[in-house]
Design a protein around this ligand. Structure first.
Ligand code: GLN
Length: 293
């Protein structure tokens, strides 16, 4: 910013946004203008819309310094959502940082479908495995006030974020968190109406080729082992026996995992197994249910 030709002019909101857009474009940072707006709104503790009502407001020295530091981090490929500490998911703000995967729009589809499987006016029990930020389990609890949700994660760091989210979104009374591998920490006699998970499913050889921003996300949340199914395999085996009669297992998967995951569910005794697609028409979810008694 300091090398700008007209450097005696004040750095107004307008000028800062224009400059940043140009710089991000040059450095091939995605969504340059939107990113600049999100970062600046964050620094000024305001909204993107309000920035436009105040385009001629000059930034103070401190604001400019804080903003510049964020720009530097973004240029080093830190995801925007980590820099602002937040990501919207299913119409609610979730706190995110480098301890958790950033919730994706595809996962909102998974939540939407699971909500359709749950009764609106009767109690239900849901288990969310690999909960990360808690986005799946917390959204379900918030949308279905009679539902109680249990959620597990191997990462204690992730669970701290998830607990803060449950608290902030006022569902902490109905979401219980357990630290451990898949169903291992869940009391052995508990049975569920729905077990849902967005597990790590990227195959290890694909990890180095991912976008630089994605590589800043926790490897634990992404890495699905040699063939991408290293977590899904034990997950299906452990989850099927824990469903109530007629209960559903709902999984997010990689686009090439539909047929093998469908086969895993069927081998574990699931019925009505189906593969659903995402917005890009890629296979993205697999559903199957325990036989009705
Ligand atoms: N459940 C979280 C999400 O969907 C985290 C998933 C993960 O860490 N693999 O975003």
């Amino acid at each position: 910013m300091s090398q700008d030709a007209a450097s005696n002019e004040p750095w107004t909101i307008r000028r800062v946004l224009d400059w940043t857009r140009g710089h991000f474009d040059k450095q091939q940072i995605d969504a340059a203008r939107l990113t600049a707006e999100l970062l600046l709104a964050h620094v000024l503790s305001t909204t993107r819309v309000k920035l436009f009502m105040d385009l001629d407001r000059p930034l103070t020295k401190d604001e400019l310094a804080t903003y510049k530091a964020l720009i530097q981090r973004r240029l080093a490929y830190e995801p925007t959502q980590y820099l602002i500490g937040q990501k919207e998911f299913y119409n609610r703000p979730f706190k995110v940082d480098a301890r958790v995967l950033i919730p994706r729009p595809e996962t909102e589809l998974l939540v939407q479908t699971v909500l359709g499987l749950l009764p609106k006016d009767a109690p239900a029990r849901v288990l969310d495995l690999c909960t990360g930020s808690g986005c799946i389990g917390i959204s379900i609890a918030a949308e279905r006030p009679l539902t109680s949700v249990w959620a597990t994660d191997l990462s204690g760091d992730a669970l701290e974020v998830a607990k803060a989210n449950a608290e902030a979104l006022q569902v902490s009374g109905r979401v219980t968190f357990f630290k451990g591998d898949l169903l291992a920490p869940v009391p052995a006699d508990a049975q569920f109406d729905v077990i849902v998970s967005n597990p790590p499913y990227i195959s290890s050889p694909q990890l180095p080729g991912l976008q630089k921003e994605v590589q800043k996300e926790p490897k634990l949340a992404l890495d699905g082992g040699a063939d991408g199914l290293a977590v899904i395999r034990p997950l299906v085996a452990a989850a099927m026996p824990r469903l109530k009669a007629g209960g559903w297992l709902a999984l997010e998967i990689d686009e090439d995992q539909g047929p093998p995951v469908k086969a895993l569910l069927e081998a574990a005794g699931a019925v009505d197994v189906r593969i659903d697609k995402d917005f890009a028409r890629h296979d993205r979810m697999v559903f199957g249910r325990a036989k009705a008694s």
